[in-house]
Write a protein that binds this ligand. Structure first.
Ligand code: AP5
Ligand code: MG
Length: 213
């Protein structure tokens, strides 16, 4: 599937989960700034400590750190023809840079109400090693508390308590990116974040195949 997609949506709306569905079905390359930054945050270095502190508070990292991660990911062979970008751009300044670096085919906006997100995130469990995301009721792992893919013990993410602040940052900084990209002539699609996963899978599959023609 040769498509370059951006996934935009509030924290906890299901971007990572939808990216996993699309990768399974269409073999996209997943570029997730959040997952890459969580790896940097584990480093015992000045940079690692800085990244960890800001992420745990639910704020945005400075562009000079995030842009390096994105530029490196975009320059790789596996991102040459298609990718799903999850977590970038997060404000209009990043969007301006991105469309200079690469041609984006479309934007998929994952839509969900703040109050539903807050409730759902209480049940999220994440793999600290490979970034896979689960829900204790909706999308449980095969063995309780253990990642299906790499066998690592699942955790609650450290920024989970800051969800209200992360939602505020999303509405103020990231939501305007949708209008900005629309005005640049990029197609915008919406997918409900609260569909059950089976329906979401069908919906996303049809949406992507349909737009391929
Ligand atoms: P990031 O990791 O991108 O986090 P986020 O945007 O806050 O989003 P999440 O990963 O929390 O949620 P998600 O939408 O992926 O939902 P998920 O699929 O897990 O960024 C983290 C931090 O990094 C930022 O706060 C910032 O500090 C920094 N950062 C990143 N990019 C940056 C940038 N460009 N510039 C500056 N700083 C940056 O789903 C949530 C839960 O719901 C799971 O439990 C899941 O199993 C469940 N679920 C999902 N879909 C369904 C469904 N359909 N039905 C039932 N349950 C479902
Ligand atoms: Mg995510």
């Amino acid at each position: 599937m040769n498509k370059k997609l951006i996934l935009i949506g509030p924290p906890g709306a299901g971007k990572g989960t939808i990216a996993d569905l699309l990768i399974e079905k269409f073999n996209f390359t997943h570029i997730s700034t959040g997952n890459s930054l969580r790896i940097v945050a584990e480093e015992q270095s000045e940079l690692g400590i800085k990244v960890k502190t800001i992420m745990n508070e639910g704020g945005l990292l400075p562009d000079e750190i995030v842009d390096e991660i994105i530029k490196e990911a975009l320059s790789k062979e596996d991102a040459k023809d298609s990718f799903i970008l999850d977590g970038y751009p997060r404000h209009v300044g990043q969007a301006e840079k991105l469309i200079d670096w690469v041609k984006i085919d479309e934007v998929v906006v994952v839509d969900m109400k703040d109050e539903d997100i807050i409730e759902r995130l209480n049940g999220r469990r994440t793999c600290p090693k490979c970034g896979a995301s689960y829900h204790i009721v909706n999308i449980p792992p095969k063995v309780e508390g253990i990642c299906d893919f790499c066998g690592t013990k699942l955790i609650k993410r450290a920024d989970e308590d800051k969800i209200k602040h992360r939602l505020d940052v999303y509405h103020k900084e990231t939501e305007p990116v949708i209008e900005f990209l629309k005005n640049k002539g990029i197609r915008i699609q919406k997918v409900p974040g609260d569909f059950d996963v089976k329906t979401q899978k069908e919906w996303m599959g049809n949406l992507i195949v349909y737009n391929q023609e």
